[in-house]
Design a protein around this ligand. Structure first.
Ligand code: ATP
Ligand code: MG
Length: 211
């Protein structure tokens, strides 16, 4: 079991605390906030309370998402814009997902959100975003809505590479896009369109509804 009692999270989202793996500094361990799942279930309407606790667990949902059809191929291209998944491991504060920690030299990579707030929509980042979108289209990778705080920027040579660190999976209630190329294409185009809406909303002071 991994002991995280001496570790401080390097970041936290609404669902999980993120730690640098104490023995492998290129890996990230994410643990769902203690008590969060119980809290979520308590606040759900009665008809959703029948869903199991596991179905609200972001680590388990992500584990399923990494099993999607598009990632079951032997092609290194599919990892170009996606943090590697290493599995689930036990820690003293609960089960953790173990993934690639995206870094630039020794610094943990900046999120796209933070980059956009500091620099705006520069030419370089537009190129990186378009490249990322092309990869989504070419490989038909299924994601939930692509929000800038769930994407980080890795610098490679002279390029900026956008990497998904959270939000892999499908928004669709019926998993059609995972079975049909036709639905997957439509689904991916919609995620791309919504990613631009979200970026423009972030950059224009978050007024109204971003969708
Ligand atoms: N693999 C990673 N490499 C680098 N930074 C990461 C990585 N995973 C997470 N982070 C950082 O930690 C933050 C929170 O992580 P993450 O988005 O996985 O948490 P979450 O609780 O699931 O988020 P949400 O609030 O979107 O549900 C990210 O916004 C990012 O800044
Ligand atoms: Mg997140």
């Amino acid at each position: 079991m991994i002991d995280l009692s001496g570790s401080t999270p390097f970041a936290e989202g609404g669902n999980r605390k993120c730690f640098i793996h104490p023995a492998q500094s290129d890996k990230c361990l994410k643990v769902v906030h203690p008590g969060l799942l119980e809290e979520i279930i308590k606040n759900k309407p009665w008809y959703k309370k029948f869903r199991s606790k596991d179905s609200f667990d972001d680590n388990l949902r992500e584990q399923e998402a990494y099993k999607q059809k598009a990632l079951m191929v032997d092609n290194p291209e599919i990892w170009k814009h996606l943090a590697q998944w290493y599995g689930m491991v036990e820690t003293n504060i609960g089960m953790a997902s173990e993934t690639e920690l995206i870094k630039n030299n020794d610094q943990i990579a900046e999120t796209l959100e933070s980059y956009l707030f500091s620099n705006g929509l520069t030419n370089e980042i537009k190129i990186a975003i378009n490249q990322f979108h092309q990869w989504l289209r070419d490989n038909l990778i299924l994601t939930k809505n692509l929000i800038p705080h769930n994407l980080v920027i890795k610098s490679e040579k002279d390029e900026m590479i956008i990497k998904i660190i959270d939000g892999l999976g499908s928004q669709a209630f019926v998993p059609l896009p995972n079975h049909s190329t036709f639905f997957a294409k439509r689904y991916v185009e919609r995620r791309i369109e919504l990613m631009w809406s979200r970026i423009n909303w972030d950059l224009s002071g978050r007024k109204g509804n971003w969708k």
